[in-house]
Write a protein that binds this ligand. Structure first.
Ligand SMILES: *Cc1c(COP(=O)(O)O)cnc(C)c1O
Length: 429
């Protein structure tokens, strides 16, 4: 192995990877091909920018920086401190928050830290049931959140498929949770944060909003912010927000110490300083006016896609969407979520099967699919493209024998060809 020559910048060098490890270089290039050649409709995914990727692939990955800026357990942190300080300042500005912690390694780690700040094992937490749109970490039995805490679960109303606020209030009064969490991974409609605040105040609970999915829409000022209402807001940085894979927490000043101590040293060791720097880059992107236009277009596209899918005979759960994602009930088509996912995948349309509220199917089959617009909107697609995508999905789903897969694949190629996710890589040889 050669040592680095005197370069002004020692950053990611793809040729070095390709020369040393063609196996993994091949994986990287094939994944880029997969991203470029398919329609990415997974609601929790996006295409992060070259600027974010440059910070991620940097030598900041080498630095141990346990602690917080100016208060580290290791020497040599004065440079990486700047990345975290800049990122925190940008996060405060963007969200109007008292306090920001950028160290959680992921959304689940951010939730673990937030629970750690307020709860002891055995305490009661009230969260949304996963099959109704919540998240694993909100009290499911297979997660630490359901194993270590007394987790009580609320859901949506059978008639409207909106969050059942009466049920939330009744359960809160009955079980007196120490913490109430709202947010989830398959909630197409806006959440009434004021209603949750009122319920939390009535029973003296901490209100935690898990904004993992929709924080990008908040950052882009396209939907109301939970920050004024919540004691603590946790989120991922890689979904609509479009930053590096990771988590973050914002909270009221009174909880700042507890949150910081829970992130480190209670739940994590050294922060990923390359990821913290990449989060700072992403937060700068979110402060630009272009990002607000992006966030509005994400919603417009999700709504156009949902209308198009409804016209294809797929029923939008909760009657539609106010956000970046929609949940579609496929029962009228006679096709399961699992089959729909497979048929779309065969034609280059990447989406996921998803349980619908009160789903008669088991989760591994499911009666629905979930679609999201963050990635295709980053590619520059607009409402007319969403209508085309809806019709391709409708065709793919009803195509039981695969006789129309090639035709749908051609439609996919046309769309992604007109709006490439990333430039085409130059391949050696
Ligand atoms: C995605 C998500 C998470 C978990 O994020 P990871 O980074 O995968 O750990 C937590 N909560 C909600 C609501 C999510 O949608």
């Amino acid at each position: 192995m050669s040592t680095p020559a005197a370069t002004p910048y020692w950053g990611p060098d793809f040729n070095a990877l390709a020369a040393f490890d063609p196996d993994i270089a091949g994986v990287v290039l094939d994944e880029l091909d997969r991203l470029r050649n398919g329609l990415q409709l997974i609601a929790s995914e996006n295409f992060t920018s070259p600027a974010v990727l440059a910070a991620l692939g940097s030598t900041l990955s080498n630095k141990y920086a346990e602690g917080y800026p100016g208060r580290r357990y290791y020497g040599g942190c004065e440079v990486v401190d700047r990345a975290e300080e800049i990122g925190i300042a940008r996060g405060k500005e963007l969200f109007g928050a008292d306090h920001v912690n950028l160290q959680p390694h992921s959304g689940a780690s951010a939730n673990l830290a937030a629970y750690g700040a307020f709860l002891k094992p055995g305490d009661t937490l009230l969260g949304m049931a996963l099959p109704h749109g919540g998240h694993l970490t909100h009290g499911t039995k297979v997660s630490f959140s359901g194993k270590w805490f007394n987790a009580v679960q609320y859901g949506v109303r059978p008639d409207t498929e909106h969050i059942d606020y009466d049920q939330v209030r009744d359960l809160a009064r009955e079980h007196r949770p120490k913490l109430i969490v709202c947010g989830g991974s398959a909630i197409p409609r806006l959440i009434d944060f004021a209603a949750f605040r009122e319920i939390a105040d009535e029973v003296g609970a901490i209100l935690m909003v898990d904004a993992a999915h929709f924080i990008g829409l908040v950052a882009g000022k396209a939907i109301p912010s939970p920050v004024p209402y919540a004691d603590v807001v946790t989120f991922t940085t890689h979904k609509v927000l479009r930053g590096p894979r990771g988590g973050a927490i914002v909270c009221k000043a009174e909880h700042a110490k507890a949150i910081d101590k829970a992130a480190f040293p209670m739940m994590q060791g050294g922060p990923l300083m390359h990821a913290v720097a990449a989060k700072a880059v992403n937060l700068k992107e979110c402060l630009q006016p272009e990002y607000q236009a992006y966030a509005r277009q994400v919603i417009a596209n999700a709504q156009a896609l949902t209308e198009g899918l409804a016209a294809e005979g797929l029923r939008p759960v909760a009657g539609g969407t106010d956000t970046h994602l929609a949940l579609l009930d496929l029962r009228d088509t006679g096709v399961t979520g699992a089959d729909a996912e497979k048929r779309c995948d065969a034609a280059g349309i990447v989406l996921n099967k998803n349980a619908i509220p009160f789903d008669p199917q088991q989760a591994s089959i499911a009666s629905g699919i979930r679609v999201g617009s963050p990635a295709v909107t980053t590619q520059g697609m607009v409402e007319t493209d969403m209508k085309s995508i809806a019709s391709l999905i409708g065709t793919a789903i009803r195509d039981a024998d695969g006789s129309r897969t090639a035709e749908v694949a051609v439609g996919v190629r046309e769309l992604v060809g007109a709006h490439p996710a990333y430039p085409e890589p130059k391949r050696a040889g």
